[in-house]
Design a protein around this ligand. Sequence first.
Ligand code: T5A
Length: 201
Amino acid sequence: MSLPYVAFEGIEGAGKSTVSDRVRNLLEADGYRVVQVREPGGTAVGERIRSILLGHDLAPEPWTEALLFAAARAQLAAEIVGPALAEGSWVLSDRTVYSSLAYQGAGRRLGIDAVRAVNEPGLGGVWPSLVILLAVDPERGLSRQEVGDRIGDEGVEFQRAVAKGFERLAADDPERFVVIDTHMALDEVVDAAHRAIRSRW
Ligand code: T5A
């Protein structure tokens, strides 16, 4: 059976943090050990890289950006996600490699395959088995955002390109992706995500 490494993905304001927190509580109540992480970040190295990537004071080039996300992710896989899965915990991640495929591959137009290729070597097979894609209209998502960051502030057209990237990834890999429309009450979104996970494992 595939390892319980679950990605919560989507554009800005889709509800990834809120839904993953609540699903974590439900899974713990079900009796599972759960490790929850976020990208970029989750390690000392990753948090430093996060501040380079998301602060407004620097302007990395698109490939610099893609490689920094990949570097933070490689550290997280080696230090946290891989060991947690090996000891039998579940891992819930607020964003994963699929954000790079959608944001840098599609949004920045570096190409989904090219971005996948630079991420794979650092992950050593630590790859999400289930991706919960929280779908939201880009305008509605941006209006839900509480604090902006350098990439989140790129504007609605960029968000549309990223959303299209996610849609394409989901269409190409329907076994791995579950798409949940988030234009419904939060409780219903959480329930749909929890059911999707429990029906898989
Ligand atoms: N990035 C990241 C890349 O470009 N490439 C990469 O490889 C990676 C990993 C990271 C930034 O970096 C980019 C993407 C981002 O621009 P982040 O810290 O992950 O940034 O922040 P965001 O994902 O931008 O976080 P947001 O807070 O904008 O989005 P969330 O987590 O999706 O939304 P959440 O849960 O904080 O919810 C926002 C608000 O909406 C409400 C919540 O209560 C909250 O108030 N809400 C709902 N309200 C009504 N109905 C619902 N269904 C709701 N769902 C949520």
